[in-house]
Design a protein around this ligand. Structure first.
Ligand SMILES: Cc1ncc(C[n+]2csc(CCOP(=O)(O)OP(=O)(O)O)c2C)c(N)n1
Length: 290
């Protein structure tokens, strides 16, 4: 169903709140993977606030949709989303990555409610998501499995083994995203290990690829609707072009903000930048929404 302007604006508001909460979590933690946290936040917002069929009262409900956040270092974005949704105590965010906290820098599915798989060692999420999707078929369940990969993460060969198997087994109940922010830990993806022609590679592995602006809520919803309506036998991959550090001007598109520390001054600058970013995005939704 097309996204109404009202729904678009509501998702913008939520995404803004969640970016702020990710920033706060980084400040409380002292440091964190804020760059890739900000780039993935729109994907997480749209999934948690429009698509995922989940139940906060029954987090392990067998029919729930699954999400595997394969780029597990995005825990600093994922934990705020799960807390805001009501899965975990908000006070826990203030202890993120502190000694003895339940919320480590990579979220542990045995400690953080709502996490379907512990990730952080890159290259494992798509194989897990594939197994989860195949399990639905074997068990006769109708849930969907979603998976979010980083682009730098796609340097890991295990992703391509999983991709080959997903196409071979015609796994159409799996919807995958790549957060294509073109930056990784220590450089730009094309400098560290060229990925291009990235979409063509996934197509060659048997996927239908939808390339979008991953920081445009409307395009995200259209891509997910497209994947959910897929009547072919091919799995869908959404290549979401994003910016590392999206919304925080001094971090944007700079791989050196893969992981960073915030002092009070930087924290305040970031808050102001996020406000300006939100205003711009609201203006776009007002103009382009219907
Ligand atoms: C197997 C493995 N090797 C190395 C790392 C260290 N590491 C953490 S994040 C990262 C870069 C990931 O880049 P990308 O997937 O593009 O993440 P994003 O830019 O979206 O944050 C690396 C190499 C890891 N977590 N796991």
């Amino acid at each position: 169903m097309p996204l109404s302007k009202q729904e678009w604006l509501a998702l913008e508001k939520k995404a803004n709140e969640l970016r702020r909460l990710c920033l706060d979590t980084t400040f409380w933690a002292g440091s964190g993977h804020i760059g890739g946290g900000m780039s993935v936040m729109d994907i997480l917002t749209v999934l948690y606030h429009k698509y995922l069929n989940i139940n906060v009262e029954d987090p392990n409900w067998a029919e729930r949709d699954r999400l595997i956040v394969s780029k597990g270092h995005a825990g600093i974005a994922y934990a705020p989303v799960l807390v805001d949704k009501g899965f975990n105590d908000p006070e826990q965010l203030k202890t993120f990555n502190h000694t003895n906290s339940k919320m480590g820098i990579h979220l542990d599915s045995n400690k953080v409610v709502g996490v379907d798989a512990s990730t952080g060692s890159l290259g494992h999420g798509l194989p897990i998501a594939l197994g989860t999707a195949l399990a639905a078929r074997v068990l006769g369940r109708s849930y969907k499995t979603y998976c979010i990969l980083g682009d730098g993460e796609c340097d890991e060969g295990s992703n391509w083994e999983a991709a080959m198997a997903a196409a071979h087994f015609k796994v159409t109940n799996l919807i995958s995203f790549v957060d294509r922010n073109k930056c990784m830990i220590d450089g730009r993806t094309e400098d560290v290990m060229s990925l291009e022609p990235f979409c063509d590679k996934w197509i060659a592995f048997g996927f239908i690829v939808k390339e979008i602006d991953g920081q445009n809520i409307k395009e995200l919803t259209e891509a997910i609707d497209f994947a959910l309506e897929n009547k072919t036998e091919k799995p869908v991959l959404i290549v979401a072009n994003t910016k590392k550090g999206a919304g925080i001007d001094y971090m944007e598109d700079d791989y050196r903000w893969h992981y960073g520390a915030l002092d009070e001054d930087k924290y305040n600058q970031a808050k102001e930048s996020l406000e300006r970013y939100y205003e711009k995005r609201v203006a776009r939704a007002e103009k382009e929404g219907a």
